[in-house]
Ligand binder design. Structure first.
Ligand SMILES: [Zn+2]
Ligand SMILES: [Zn+2]
Length: 388
């Protein structure tokens, strides 16, 4: 099930984040492919994560996160060794740094960048739509995201917070919008929808704010589900056309305990992707993306827990992975596979609307043909490939 990560002094934000992210099967798969691909002579954030994941799953003692801590200012330039950082900030820096690694030295525009493996795993696109209240003409803008930040104070559940996030914002009687059709300033509404769904949907429940004197925290339980369907929050002309693609399963949670951002303690709950099996009278570890075994990871200690405990958590970050309902019957658990090297980039931009072929790649990313997806190992035999 993997081991804990020792606290080197205010490093629990690293431990909690890493314990979640390395257990996401599609990301494990990507890390495994990277080790043969990396050509950089300098610090590589992806290699660092790959080594961390391997030692986390193979060590018998808690691992020491020296490499991450020692390179913290390369991961996020404002981060300092010994300082308690925000796990959400650390996660975004980590994803950005891994993304930068894949496009290092390449002169490509932002759109091409979004076809890298990290983007394919973690990026979704938000659509913000403004509707003129006079002529009803709409205009759309699209923006890539690594996570969606929801107001913990606005709802008692993740669904409620998502509804709040996607609700139309009425700007009252103010004529603030220059409408191209009306050729004048008009009243307008603005609302967000998820236009292209990421393979890994990371939700932040924003619990920190600033009062006149100090930072404060919204400490309340926001309910969340093990299985999340986001079909109510996707654009009607976007991914909603494929309802089977809106289903996600929870793989990890980062919890913050304490009263403010600069203090307190982080720990995590994560699904153990490895299960013990018996073969020929001996026990061995096998990866199983359907594993339901939840782990409680708190610095050096990792122990088995259950959903009844997990669901009570005061979640700060939630890691959901897309479930592939279409081809799930083809997914085998045997760790045998034909794997080709990942490609860092493809030469054509990713389509805003995924094709059927991409649909088959979605979910845990292990199961089927991935010919159109850059940076992900191509699997053609219906099996998945573990990190080992
Ligand atoms: Zn590397
Ligand atoms: Zn108008």
């Amino acid at each position: 099930m993997g081991v804990g990560i020792r606290n080197l002094g205010n490093t629990c934000f690293i431990a909690a984040t890493v314990q979640c992210i390395v257990r996401i099967p599609i990301f494990m798969n990507f890390l495994n492919g990277h080790k043969n691909e990396c050509k950089t002579g300098k610090f590589c954030c992806i290699c660092m994560m790959q080594r961390t994941a391997v030692s986390l799953f193979y060590s018998t003692e808690p691992i020491v996160p020296k490499e991450i801590v020692g390179n913290i200012s390369l991961i996020g330039e404002h981060m300092q060794y010994g300082k308690q950082e925000d796990a959400h900030d650390f996660l975004l820096c980590l994803l950005n740094e891994m993304q930068n690694q894949l496009v290092l030295g390449l002169k490509v525009d932002q759109f091409i960048e979004r076809t890298s493996a990290i983007s394919k795993i973690f990026n979704g696109f938000l659509r913000s739509q403004i509707i003129c209240q006079h002529c009803r003409t709409s205009s759309n803008n699209y923006e890539a995201f690594f996570n969606i930040s929801l107001e913990a104070g606005s709802a008692d559940s993740v669904h409620g917070a998502l509804r709040h996030f996607c609700a139309a914002e009425d700007m009252g009687n103010e004529r603030w919008y220059s409408c191209d059709t009306c050729k004048s300033k008009q009243r307008a509404t603005k609302h967000f929808t998820i236009h292209q769904m990421p393979n890994v949907l990371i939700l932040q429940l924003k619990r920190y704010g600033l009062s006149n004197t100090d930072g404060y925290k919204i400490s309340k339980h926001v309910t969340f589900e093990e299985h999340l369907d986001i079909s109510s929050y996707v654009s009607s002309d976007g991914d909603a056309s494929r309802p089977s693609q809106t289903k996600y399963r929870l793989h990890g949670i980062v919890v913050h305990q304490g009263y403010s951002l600069g203090s307190g303690h982080y720990y995590a709950y994560a699904v153990d992707p490895r299960v013990l099996s018996h073969k020929n009278g001996t026990e061995f570890n096998q990866f199983n993306q359907y594993s339901k075994r939840w782990l409680y990871a708190n610095d050096s200690s990792v122990s088995v827990t259950d959903w009844e405990n997990v669901k009570k958590a005061e979640a700060y970050l939630l890691f959901y992975a897309k479930v592939n309902t279409v081809n799930s019957h083809k997914i085998a658990t045997s760790p045998t596979s034909t794997v080709t090297k990942p490609v860092s980039l493809i030469s054509t931009p990713a389509p805003m609307h995924a094709t059927d072929e991409e649909q088959s790649f979605s979910g845990f990313g292990f199961s089927m043909s991935m010919k159109k997806v850059a940076g992900i190992n191509k699997h053609t035999d219906g099996t998945f490939y573990p990190i080992i």
